[in-house]
Design a protein. Structure first.
Length: 218
């Protein structure tokens, strides 16, 4: 019996930081030697992913630390005169005041079960964002709390421990096939993919296009 909903935050309840990332990339491009902005974005993501996948347990580092280091390395790589501190602050501000998707408030207002947020983000940034959007989750669990990032299972296991629920008593929804569907699955939790773009789910993956469609799975 499902007793609660776990949900991702960025890309699921609130918009990602794509617009700010584009502005940051443009700044690095205009002051560096990259051939195009895509080259910058690809390198930045590659560096971030490398740092992110090795960050857990005793080697854990916060999302802010990883973002700043990956950005600083990208700036150096492309010989840019951009300031990593200044550009990082743009990212952090977006994390704390992201726009919500249109179905987020209706989802919270009508969900018949307690909703818990499970997100790859630093706690202070998630708390600020949730307050900014006036959301009222039952509780929130972050990568900083668990000292591990999705798709590793530790964050999901941490959320289960704190809620006192077993894996078969919750359902997780999120926009990432790897972090949300794969990560939840590794912890034994059923997951539903939020396919906002209508790309079509891989075989064997449950999907929805709007958050309120999750109610049919409860």
């Amino acid at each position: 019996m499902i007793k609660a909903v776990f949900t991702d935050f960025y890309g699921t309840l609130a918009h990602e930081d794509g617009d700010v990332v584009a502005r940051v990339g443009q700044k690095i491009f205009s002051t560096g030697n990259a051939e195009n902005i895509s080259q910058i974005s690809d390198y930045w993501w590659e560096v971030f992913q490398r740092l992110y996948t090795s960050s857990y347990g005793g080697s854990f580092r916060t999302q802010r630390e990883l973002e700043h280091e990956s950005l600083a390395e990208t700036i150096r790589h492309f010989g840019s005169a951009a300031d990593a501190d200044e550009l990082s602050e743009l990212m952090f501000a977006q994390w704390q005041k992201p726009p919500a998707f249109a179905d987020t408030l209706p989802f919270f207002e009508n969900c018949p079960l307690p909703v818990y947020i499970v997100s790859n983000i630093d706690r202070r940034d998630l708390e600020a964002a949730v307050e900014y959007l006036a959301l009222q989750p039952e509780d929130m669990f972050t990568s900083e709390d668990a000292r591990s990032y999705k798709p590793r299972k530790e964050l999901f296991e941490y959320a289960l421990e704190k809620t006192g629920l077993s894996a078969d008593e919750v359902i997780h929804v999120g926009d990432s096939l790897s972090s949300d569907v794969g990560g939840a699955g590794s912890a034994g939790i059923r997951a539903v993919w939020l396919d906002r773009g209508g790309r079509g789910a891989p075989e064997g993956v449950d999907s929805i296009k709007e958050l309120t469609e999750l109610f049919a799975f409860l």
